[in-house]
Design a protein around this ligand. Structure first.
Ligand SMILES: O=C[C@H](O)[C@H](O)COP(=O)(O)O
Ligand SMILES: C=C(OP(=O)(O)O)C(=O)O
Ligand SMILES: [Mn+2]
Length: 453
């Protein structure tokens, strides 16, 4: 659609400023910082990280998920780090995501929409504002776009200049994701061959037959002379929690085709469990941009909460606009989810339902590490599938904290991670992630459920 006249600017959209007068939780204390205004001015002028057309494409891909015609895989670090934006680490994560996606595509017999918690996942809501170690209390670490992880007074200051580093690190990460996924690296046959490393591990013998089926399907396509050119490229979208509204507002631009505001910091943005207050700043701001939006729903969510969020964030009931990411905990999902899904069903709204099996299953072990048990993660996913199957709704996807590295942060899996490995291989700055093997195992198990549906 081309509209006549000059393209408006964000100044022509006063509703983009409404959030400023509302209650805002989990926001950095940096408005008085001497560099705050210059940073915001700079961020308001930098090029967008994503284009509105791609955002629209993702919304329509998610509409297919809402309609039960595609499955969503969203994964990446709990908290990305600036130092972690290296070619090796980014390719490890992209590779793992693509490997999972191939297995899920086969299991679901449908396209998989792929989204990294990548290229922008640099800010964290925390349970507590402060952290105390050996009698010293400092502000909590809130992600590298806010403050530093090192436990010293200087590092924990909320510094708006970090938003600029966050922007540039997101840009270089996204550049590499695009290069990998459009430059032949994502070729279906290579991705499938990487999965052979997983099944070669005797601990994963039970997944061999599924892996062999996928391999045979690809060989069959080759034998038939199928053209593999379209399978050399793929789309990997980006998404992060839209926590820092200063940053999100500064990256918002008016699309020259539609004259509508888009938050160009990522394709997809979600609102966290701690900031989803209906009348609060985060819900207000995200209701004003055209991106597909997610909301995390924790164990206290009621059907009325979900319906009110739909009215605010998806008043036109547009499939693909709104994703509910449920994170109840393995022990609560079967009890809490049905009423919410039934309420949404009664209303006739079409949302994407996604399971985050991580955030309701965090525990602390005596050595002090935060962890999650692989079995709880799988159990929450299983509960999510059971509820949707019973209600006739579509379990649209999974959202996991994962990495391509061989870390030891979550317990268990078929090649089990034990607590004794945490001392050497626990690297996350916030929540524990599934390592490469655990991530693939989740994909194989979910593919088995999807194949049975
Ligand atoms: O990633 C989610 C939250 O930021 C995280 O779970 C909060 O962790 P905390 O309870 O240690 O603050
Ligand atoms: C903060 C997060 O989750 P939640 O809002 O569900 O706690 C997260 O996804 O890292
Ligand atoms: Mn997390």
């Amino acid at each position: 659609m081309t509209l006549p006249g000059a393209v408006p600017t964000t100044n022509d959209f006063p509703e983009l400023e409404e959030w400023r007068s509302l209650t805002i939780h989990q926001h950095p204390q940096w408005a008085e910082h001497k560099d705050f205004t210059s940073v915001i001015n700079e961020l308001s002028a930098v090029p967008p990280l994503v284009f509105a057309g791609e955002v629209d494409q993702m919304r329509s891909d998610l509409a297919r998920v809402a309609n039960g015609e595609a499955f969503l895989l969203q994964g990446g670090d709990c908290a990305e780090t600036f130092a972690g934006a290296t070619a090796d680490k980014i390719s490890g994560r992209v590779k793992t995501l693509l490997q999972m996606a191939v297995v899920l595509t086969y299991g679901a017999s449908m396209p998989v929409v792929k989204m990294g918690r990548m290229a922008g996942q640099f800010s964290k809501p925390r349970s507590s504002n402060d952290e105390t170690r050996e009698g010293i209390t400092l502000p909590s670490f809130r992600g590298e776009m806010v403050n530093g992880f090192d436990f010293d007074e200087n590092s924990r200051i909320h510094d708006p200049n970090r938003m600029l580093t966050g922007y540039h690190t997101s840009a270089s990460t996204l550049n590499l994701i695009r290069a990998f996924t459009k430059g032949g690296f994502a070729d279906l046959r290579s991705v499938n061959s990487w999965n052979k490393g997983f099944t070669a591990n005797p601990a994963h013998a039970r997944y061999e037959s599924l892996a062999a089926e996928i391999d045979r399907a690809i060989k069959f396509m080759e034998a038939c002379g199928a053209d593999f050119a379209p399978f050399k490229d793929t789309d990997v979208y980006t998404g992060h929690e839209a926590l820092l509204l200063d940053f999100e507002r500064a990256l918002t631009r008016i699309d020259s085709r539609t004259y509508q505001p888009y938050d160009t910091s990522a394709h997809f943005l979600w609102i966290g469990e701690r900031t989803r207050g209906l009348e609060d700043a985060h819900v207000n701001f995200l209701s004003k941009v055209r991106n597909p939006i997610g909301v995390k729903l924790g164990p206290t969510t009621t059907a009325d909460d979900a319906l009110a969020l739909i009215d605010k964030l998806d008043p036109n009931r547009e499939p693909g606009r709104l994703t509910f990411i449920t994170r109840m905990g393995a022990d609560k999902i079967r009890e809490n989810l049905p009423a919410i899904v039934e309420g949404v069903q009664r209303e006739g709204a079409k949302v994407v339902w996604v399971a985050d099996p991580m955030h309701g299953n965090t525990i602390s072990v005596p050595s002090g590490f935060k962890t999650r048990r692989y079995d709880d993660v799988i159990d929450e996913i299983r509960g999510f599938f059971e509820v949707h199957e019973a209600l006739g709704t579509f379990p649209g996807g999974i959202h996991v904290e994962m990495t391509g590295d061989d870390v030891a942060e979550c317990l268990g899996g078929s090649d089990p991670i034990e607590e004794s490995s945490f001392a050497d291989r626990y690297e996350t700055l916030c929540d524990p992630r599934l390592n490469h093997q655990q991530s693939l195992e989740i994909a194989f198990q979910v593919a088995e459920y999807l194949a049975k549906r």
